[in-house]
Write a protein that binds this ligand. Structure first.
Ligand code: ADP
Ligand code: MG
Ligand code: MG
Length: 249
């Protein structure tokens, strides 16, 4: 589904990714861990096509097609979803309007008509329930005054409505207490399917007790330096990242 080869990228003249390789197949969940400043969030931004992130080398293919020339919106319509580490507030636009506009844009890109307001409302309410968010959230401004946990649940609801091919979740566990973590993990798990893949960026092994990954990768100094199964996350929790950086150099 996703094939990243020898990817190097920079932002504002700073080289951040250095020859990163990653292959993700449909149905798989890949966890990415690594020290602060390694380039994990940058990888998410580069994949999503965020402005200011310049690919200097390498290729990114989604289902065999290069996405490098696609704008962020086009990538989203091609099925990429990035849940941000710090979701933006959009005051004055209700969550419901925002969600409907983005779902309709995705449907249009697939040649489908927009959903009528009643069916959309029904779906949105169902998803609210699934992520344990009060339905009043639909009326509020996008992320306006939401707590950390509420933002994350809201993001998850967006993901559920958009039904992406590949979802990238960046530090979905930051700021969550253990109950919220369970809700978010249940939400992600409910979306796992043979034709959808996830990249989950996390600092902490504990998230991976709830969202059990097929593969764990360590990103350090702008590339994947070690890959393994879920047991690698336990080893990292116990030993930190120093030993891997030593092994690599
Ligand atoms: P991680 O998510 O792994 O903690 P990031 O991808 O956020 O790491 O950052 C990688 C490195 O790139 C860090 O050293 C960070 O300071 C730097 N960086 C990120 N964004 C910018 C930017 N806009 N301008 C300059 N440096 C940046
Ligand atoms: Mg980060
Ligand atoms: Mg652009």
């Amino acid at each position: 589904m996703l094939s990243i080869k020898n990817l190097s990228a920079r932002v504002e003249d700073k080289q951040i990714l250095n020859g990163l390789n990653l292959e993700v197949k449909a149905g798989e969940v890949h966890a990415i861990m690594g020290p602060n400043g390694a380039g994990k969030s940058t990888l998410g931004y580069v994949l999503s096509g965020r402005d200011g992130y310049e690919v200097t080398e390498g290729t990114i293919e989604l289902d065999g097609q290069s996405i490098l020339d696609l704008e962020a919106e086009e990538r989203a319509r091609a099925g990429l979803f990035l849940a941000f580490q710090y979701p933006v507030e959009i005051p004055g636009v209700s969550n419901l309007e925002f969600l409907k506009a983005s779902v309709d844009a995705h449907r249009e890109a697939r040649g489908q008509d927009p959903l009528d307001a009643v069916s959309f409302m029904k779906q949105a309410r169902e998803k609210c329930k699934l992520v344990d968010l009060d339905q009043n959230f639909l009326k509020r401004g996008v992320n306006e005054g939401f707590s950390g946990g509420e933002k994350k649940r809201n993001e998850l609801m967006q993901m559920m409505l958009l039904e992406p091919k590949l979802a990238i979740l960046d530090e979905t566990d930051s700021g969550l207490d253990i109950d919220a973590l369970q809700v978010v993990a249940d939400g992600v798990n409910s979306q796992r399917s043979p034709d959808r893949a996830f990249i989950v960026v996390t600092h902490y092994q504990r998230l991976l007790d709830f969202i059990v990954p097929d593969y764990v990768h360590v990103l350090a100094k702008g590339r994947i330096v070690k890959s393994g199964g879920k047991e690698l996350a336990l080893e990292l929790e116990e030993k930190g990242y120093g030993w891997i950086e030593q092994e690599v150099s």
